[in-house]
Design a protein around this ligand. Structure first.
Ligand code: TMP
Length: 209
């Protein structure tokens, strides 16, 4: 039994990740693979509790280090209980966000030391990295307009400058890392979905499916 593939979707809020996660799941399943869909922070009962701690708006200010360590605590639980077992049994894993989000939000938005993130990444993940990362890119203006109607969580309440930096880090990583594919998520939904289909088709072809 060969190991499954690990696909992640990334982007700032308001890029339409959930809709595209559903599409990727449908395409992977149609190609004949068992597909586990999950998300970060979260993906196990304990990691979902940590997500709730992280996203809830609260009076106490949250130290950047607490935030970073909680992200990786949730990730450790998620990898051990969901991601690794699934990949080991040959299932494919489609995950809404992973460690690229930590580089973008904690490293970029919060301005935390990237060296510390690298140390935690190594400690928690070992060699585990996504095989394919689809980065859905939109301008902060479009993203802000799309989330305007929501009850904003602790991250969504950040200022515009925070999301500009998050986007810059994602774009830089997308240029630097081969596993990234960038999709213009500011386009109409059917165009975005056509682009996601193309990315998946190429990836699946590369896997000789
Ligand atoms: P979302 O999954 O609903 O988009 O929200 C999760 C929030 O958590 C989002 O604002 C990004 C943030 N986040 C980080 O700051 N660092 C991380 O490592 C991850 C996975 C998410």
């Amino acid at each position: 039994m060969s190991r499954g593939c690990f696909i992640t979707l990334e982007g700032t809020e308001g890029v339409g990740k959930s809709t595209n996660v559903d599409l990727v799941q449908a395409l992977v399943t149609a190609a004949g693979h068992e597909c586990v869909v999950t998300r970060e922070p979260g993906g196990t009962p304990l990691a979902e509790e940590i997500r709730d701690l992280l996203l809830r708006v609260r009076e106490e200010s949250v130290s950047q280090m607490s935030e970073l360590l909680l992200m990786f605590a949730a990730r450790a639980q998620h990898i051990e209980h969901v991601i690794e077992p699934a990949l080991a049994r040959g299932d494919w894993v489609v995950c809404d966000r992973f460690t690229d989000a930590t580089y973008a939000y904690q490293g970029g938005g919060r301005g935390m030391d990237v060296g510390s993130i690298e140390v935690l990444e190594r400690l928690v993940q070992g060699d585990l990295q996504p095989d394919l990362t689809i980065y859905l890119d939109v301008t902060p203006e479009i993203a802000a307009a799309r989330i305007r109607e929501r009850d904003l969580d602790r991250f969504e309440q950040e200022e515009r400058i925070f999301f500009d930096t998050v986007r810059t880090v994602y774009q830089t990583r997308a240029q630097r890392l081969d596993r990234f594919r960038v999709v213009d998520a500011g386009a109409p939904l059917d165009q975005v979905q056509a682009d996601v289909r193309k990315v998946l088709a190429r990836f699946l072809a590369g896997k000789h499916v």
